[in-house]
Design a protein. Sequence first.
Length: 175
Amino acid sequence: MKIFFEEFVSKSRYLIAQNDYRAILKTYKELIETIVLADNVMSYPMFTEVIVSMLQLFWFSFIFVSMAEGDFKTYVSITVALIQGFAIMLMVFLPAAFANEAAIIARDTVVTLPTWFPQHYTSLKKTVRQRYLKKVALSLWKIYIIEKPLIFTALGTLLTYGVLLGTLGKVQSLT
């Protein structure tokens, strides 16, 4: 999706020079419909995938810290499971976050169209306000809009709680 929005922004500059605002609006409408469809279809499955990955990260970080003495194979398998959970979360979060950033830039391009076409300023401003002011973004089950800070917040929280509970378990077993 990011590539489509970036291509839209670059083509929009050309179309502005050609005085073809209708093509810009038509293309942006198709992009909005595509991202809304993708969000409607994929938001719930991605939400469940992220929840499962978060649980995996939490439990394996908990097990890793609370494990008393293990052999090398156990440590490697737990580390691989942590890396797998981390990779799955990044595969979901990063493309969606980049697509959402590109969608914001494309939206900003459309919102500024009336200033590029002063002869059609009022009609364009009305059209943009009626149809294109709403922000569209990929989300997790329509609850969270996926952004880069969400990645770090989720991973940091999970690993911190997993390590904290694992450490508490070790301290309680020592007393």
